[in-house]
Design a binder for this molecule. Structure first.
Ligand code: FAD
Length: 609
């Protein structure tokens, strides 16, 4: 009989064995890297193994797929990067023939944290991420500033006076190193990281108050993602914060966060356009600040205007003849007298469902128009099956902190993420079989993604195509919200007409038709030529082409050097904004400090500025 003591002993022996295996691999890896032997490094990986690097080796976000790509990257970069000090961060584990380990390492410029999976002694996946630049560590913990000078001198300035003087000067006599255009959660989180790094930054936001990008959305909106997924950098939500915060709570949180982090946040400031000044290597960013024209001259310009920021409204014939009210979902507040009105919601993703439900709650006769298939995950199932191991109380109890969860998520290269996700959605389909059947019976066109990999991959590939069910599906199942399938042919004075001739009487129309590419912002605010040079933003494919182009293993042009020097793009959902802002901030800090940042895998050479 195995006693409890035996079980503990066996577990610790297994951990020691796993740790020995990983330590031996790390020693060989270290030796091969020190010898600049790219072949030997590549041979430590499986033939089709993966190395995902966030900034440490590539000064880029890159996934190397297979030995040949790994060999090429190492041959190109190892001399500059000078990696060393590979070590286990905590005891390794072994399960189903996979050794898994958290590791630390250094490069000449930085300290890194990583995650490794070995199979039969070879690396299957390796993730290497930059955590801090040597010599430029954040002033936190024991390094924090005193905040006050204890030598009393006459004319000392208070903190408030110093800050007010700074605010009067900054952006006028004194220029920021970085301007972030767009002060939603993305711009705010990145600015907080840059502040901690000592990078002078101004966020310009056209709304009146930080948080308005959430406040201005339809009134019934709550986050679809649970609290464990949603923290901002540095200040987590308190542990009684609701699982699904209301949009106004998030708005208030962001406003207070901006104040507490003491950000240089210019609200009421619209960016009108930006041009790069070749003569002095800075951007000229034209903004209107509370009506005043101001020109900012940052070295780096970050667009943080939102994946869901540029409303996409298809041009339907006759829309201008519609006699009732019509809105894009982003402009629909949910306020109004809708009782007895015929409401048509065009679209069948998150916003369409939320808005259809809100209108039904207010006694409208609602029809949802579904053009193409939609993935539905029930919220509870998503939290349990897809997020539960990473972002939940259960995960926290198992020692999976938010930082670890972000890393574990990233440890799966996008090429194999579908393989990891498919079983999750198969389990969901099985668990919620009756629900899915009822939806199908109601005429709803369901999908689980092009390869069955579900919600997150749809989000990565297209930024849309799903609804996290928080109740609206039942309204469709019960017929309380009507469903019409097909393409809209035209809008008439009092109706939406589908291609099959179906005529849907309408007093109001909501176009929940999604959002345009972030590339469109560049076209509007910089120029079509610059938008073209940057290439497509978001989704998979090549960074440098306007069409999807060949697969390059990372989201296009997000959080990494673009093909236009000193121009960056930031954004994503709360988890992505939180995690990837770290890497973008470090890239900007390195450039500010004049650290050499040779970028691997870009078409055009980038210089350190
Ligand atoms: C209905 C809905 C629900 C969502 N639910 C979730 C969720 O539950 N969890 C989650 O993680 N994500 C969710 N998202 C996705 C995403 O997290 C949000 O869209 C989020 O607001 C993105 O943050 P952002 O900072 O990247 O962009 P945004 O919040 O869109 O911020 C961009 C900012 O740029 C400003 N701006 C635009 N043009 C200019 C200009 N010319 N000058 C100055 N400022 C300008 C805008 O006013 C805006 O404040 C949801 C999105 C929508 C639409």
């Amino acid at each position: 009989m195995t006693t409890q003591t035996d079980a503990v002993t066996n577990a610790s022996t297994a951990a020691e064995g796993a740790s020995r295996t990983v330590t031996a691999w790390l020693a060989s890896f270290d030796e091969a890297l020190r010898a600049h032997d790219a072949d030997a490094v590549a041979d430590l990986f499986e033939e089709d193994g993966f190395w995902r690097d966030f900034v440490t080796f590539t000064w880029n976000l890159r996934t190397l797929e297979g030995r040949a790509q790994i060999r090429d990257m190492v041959a190109a970069m190892v001399a500059d990067i000078a990696p060393s000090a590979w070590a286990l961060a905590e005891p390794a584990t072994e399960a189903d023939g996979v050794h898994e380990a958290w590791i630390t390492f250094e490069t000449g410029a930085a300290r890194g944290w990583g995650h490794l999976r070995l199979r039969d002694g070879k690396a299957w996946t390796l993730l290497t991420t930059m955590q801090e630049l040597k010599g430029y560590e954040e002033l936190r913990g024991p390094r924090r500033e005193a905040g006050v000078e204890h030598t009393i001198t006459k004319g000392r300035k208070t903190w408030l006076e110093t800050r007010e003087e700074h605010r009067a000067r900054f952006g006028y006599e004194e220029q920021p190193y970085v301007v972030i255009v767009g002060g939603g959660q993305g711009g705010i989180g990145l600015a907080a990281r840059l502040k901690r790094q000592g990078v002078p930054t101004i966020v310009v936001e056209k709304n009146e108050r930080a948080g308005d990008s959430w406040r201005n959305r339809y009134k019934s909106l709550h986050l679809h993602d649970p609290v464990w997924y949603d923290h901002m950098p540095y200040i987590p939500f308190p542990d009684d914060w609701p699982v699904f915060a209301a949009k106004d709570q998030i708005g208030d949180w962001l406003e207070h966060y901006t104040a507490l982090m003491d950000l240089d946040y210019w609200s009421g400031t619209e960016c009108l356009g930006a041009e790069f000044d070749e003569a002095d290597g800075t951007w000229r960013v034209r903004v209107k600040r509370w009506g005043e024209d101001v020109e900012l001259r940052p070295t780096h310009l970050v667009f943080a205007l939102g994946v869901s920021g540029y409303p996409h409204i298809p041009e339907f014939e006759g829309a201008d003849t519609f006699a009732g009210e019509q809105w894009h979902s982003s402009a629909f507040s949910g306020e109004g007298d809708f009782a007895g009105k015929n409401a048509v919601v065009i679209g069948s993703n998150n916003s369409a469902h939320d808005i259809a439900a809100a209108l039904w709650e207010q006694d409208a006769n609602v029809t949802m128009v579904q053009r193409s298939s939609t993935h539905i995950s029930r919220s509870a199932s998503l939290m349990d099956l897809a997020l539960g191991d990473l972002y939940s109380e259960r995960a926290l109890e198992n020692g999976v902190t938010t930082e670890k969860a972000d890393m574990l998520f990233a440890s799966w290269p996008y090429r194999i993420l579908p393989e990891v996700q498919i079983p999750v959605y198969e389990a969901m389909a099985e668990q919620d079989r009756e629900f899915y059947q009822a939806l199908t019976d109601a005429g709803f066109d369901l999908d689980f993604g092009e390869d069955g990999s579900g919600l997150f991959l749809k989000y990565l590939r297209r930024g849309s195509g799903y609804y996290i069910d928080v109740g609206a599906s039942q309204l469709l199942i019960d017929g309380r919200v009507a469903l019409a399938r097909g393409q809209v042919a035209r809008i008439e004075e009092d109706a939406v007409v589908l291609e099959d001739g179906t005529r849907l009487p309408a007093d109001l129309i909501v176009y929940a038709t999604g959002y345009g590419s972030m590339n469109a912002w560049l076209e509007d605010l910089v120029s079509p030529e610059v938008a073209d040079r940057v290439g497509k933003v978001w989704g998979f494919g090549s960074d440098t082409t306007r069409d999807p182009g060949p697969w390059e293993g990372e989201l296009r042009n997000m959080w990494k050097p673009t093909n236009v020097d000193q121009l960056w793009i930031h954004g994503g959902n709360l988890h992505q904004s939180r995690h990837y802002s770290r890497y973008l901030a470090l890239q900007l800090k390195a450039r500010m400090e004049g650290i050499d940042t040779p970028v691997y895998g870009l078409q055009e050479t980038h210089h350190t500025r």
